[in-house]
Design a protein around this ligand. Structure first.
Ligand code: GLU
Length: 512
């Protein structure tokens, strides 16, 4: 029987969710939706020392922003509640005890100091990075070395202990990964991971496997950094008798720094001035604020589109994908094995593509919001015109106000280089004559009329239209480049253009 697809995104609330985490959530979501499955979010907060205030709310908001809808979660509930591991604490111990009972795990009574001592001793003897493993466990205080009576006595006396997984000696542990195929691990290289801590809390490994089992997870889709944990998980499924229902694994390729060196780091991103968080995040302890894609002006659809392509491609030329199209097209088989280089310019390119494809009315609403924030007064009607004139040229909504500054206020300064080259007497003559033509114009005025009048003006003066275009632009906008000039003139209107011509003619010096 085909197994029902149930996938989970299982973040730990230890800070702002990195964009790599958003990509993991997105891949899970796409697999769920494509297969009419269920998307689950589980908060993995067993390590209370790393818990960060506000991180859970941040995760929720970030996923909502990009449009990942959860079917089951701490906030939505579901048949397998609770979805926070700290609220499931009572569930885990019995599995740890079963593992002990079956001889697959053991009690360890060593204190941290005792293990540190041992480690130093081993290091002094030339062992690099000593582990609590098949060899060293025989030299420690645990239920494999102490007599049964002694163990019972210690337990009865309430001495602190942890439960460790008993990694089999010399075995090959094979993990089947949907992206990488079979990956084999040698058991002597693995350490006897702690499963249950002395405070009774499970560690990641135990809680993760128990919950994936209890929540009937069909696919574990997570970052490559978890691949080394996979053999531990496979052993746990085997020891707990759950091999038959073990989820399928898919470990996603890393997102790399733009130069391909190492995993995308905040430090590197800071240097290049781009965010690694979907939303702005303020660390509650340090009160340090980190930039977010949303606040930088990226659209949520862009976030989805560029993140999905970091590690996956449809195998076609298509680059622009809506969430619906991705749900159609996304398959695990097309996820790559090698790390994907992060490219912020590509993200910007996507933002530009999405921006220019949006209806003017929608863009005008965003522009009005932005204008309000920046205390620029603008009517709805004007906003719609501004977006129509500029949308082909800009990347972010906020650029309307900077790139299109000349649409909101008359230039006070002029590009000197261009003025030095173009500001000659014939141009000034054209401008003065054009001003009169504009003043005398009656009736509707649009880009077409603006052009027609300029054409007539240059013709009557016997000057080539093309030779004055940049000068006219300079007079009206202060710069040598910008949106379509005739559209700009039509937008500003005859009166404003007349004023601007006067100001430039009075302020710029004619070159010989
Ligand atoms: N809690 C782990 C994390 O923070 C989950 C890893 C997994 O998906 O198994 O990423």
């Amino acid at each position: 029987m085909e197994r029902k697809v149930r996938v989970r995104f299982a973040p730990s609330p230890t800070g702002g969710l990195h964009i790599g985490g958003v990509r993991t959530a997105l891949y899970n979501y796409l697999i769920a939706k494509r297969n009419n499955g269920t998307m689950i979010l589980r908060i993995e907060d067993t390590d209370q020392t790393r818990y960060v205030e506000g991180a859970e709310e941040y995760i929720k908001e970030a996923l909502e922003w990009v449009g990942i809808k959860l079917d089951e979660s701490p906030w939505h509930g579901g048949a397998f509640a609770p979805y926070r591991q700290s609220e499931r604490k009572h569930l885990y111990k019995e599995y740890a005890l079963k593992l002990v009972e079956d001889g697959n795990a053991y009690y360890a009574f060593d204190t941290e100091e005792e293990w540190n001592e041992k480690r130093k001793e081993l290091e002094a003897a030339g062992i690099v990075a000593p582990q609590y493993n098949g060899i060293t466990r025989l030299q420690m205080k645990n239920s494999l070395t102490l007599g049964e009576e002694e163990v019972k006595r210690k337990l009865a006396a309430g001495e602190p202990y942890v439960i460790r997984l008993k990694i089999p000696k010399k075995e090959e542990i094979s993990v089947h990964d949907l992206i990488r195929g079979w990956v084999t691990f040698h058991s002597p290289l693995l350490d006897d991971k702690v499963l249950l801590k002395s405070d009774g809390m499970p560690t990641y490994h135990l809680a993760n496997v128990v919950d994936d089992y209890l929540m009937q997870i069909s696919h574990v889709i997570r970052g490559e950094e978890w691949l080394p944990s996979a053999p531990i998980h496979v052993l746990l499924y085997q020891f707990l008798g759950w091999k038959e229902v073990m989820p399928q694994f898919a470990h996603l390729p890393l997102i790399m720094n733009p130069d391909g060196n190492g995993k995308l780091s905040k430090r590197y991103a800071d240097q290049l001035g781009f965010p690694v968080f979907p939303l702005q995040w303020t660390n509650p302890e340090k009160q340090e604020t980190m930039m977010g894609y949303r606040e930088e002006g990226y659209f949520p659809e862009v976030m989805v589109n560029f993140l999905v392509l970091l590690g996956w491609n449809a195998g076609t030329e298509q680059e622009i994908f809506s969430m619906e199209q991705l749900i159609e097209a996304f398959t695990i088989e097309k996820i790559g094995k090698s790390g994907a280089k992060f490219d912020i310019n590509k993200a910007k390119w996507f933002n530009h593509q999405y921006l220019k494809a949006k209806p003017n009315e929608e863009l005008a609403t965003y522009l009005l919001e932005e204008a309000k924030k920046q205390q620029v007064s603008l009517s709805k009607e004007k906003a719609e015109k501004v977006v129509a004139i500029l949308k082909e040229r800009i990347t972010f909504v906020k650029d309307f106000l900077t790139e299109g500054k000349y649409l909101f206020e008359a230039p006070q300064t002029f590009d000197e280089q261009i003025a030095g080259k173009k500001w000659n007497q014939p141009l000034v003559d054209v401008l003065n004559a054009y001003k009169s033509a504009l003043q005398n114009h009656e009736g509707a005025f649009d880009a077409h009329t603006a052009k027609d009048l300029l054409n007539k003006t240059t013709d009557s003066l016997g000057i080539k239209f093309g030779s004055v275009m940049q000068g006219v632009r300079l007079a009206i906008t202060g710069s040598g480049t910008g949106a379509d000039l005739m559209e700009t003139i039509a937008y500003l209107g005859t009166e404003e253009v007349g004023k601007r011509i006067d100001f430039s003619v009075n302020n710029l010096k004619v070159v010989a």
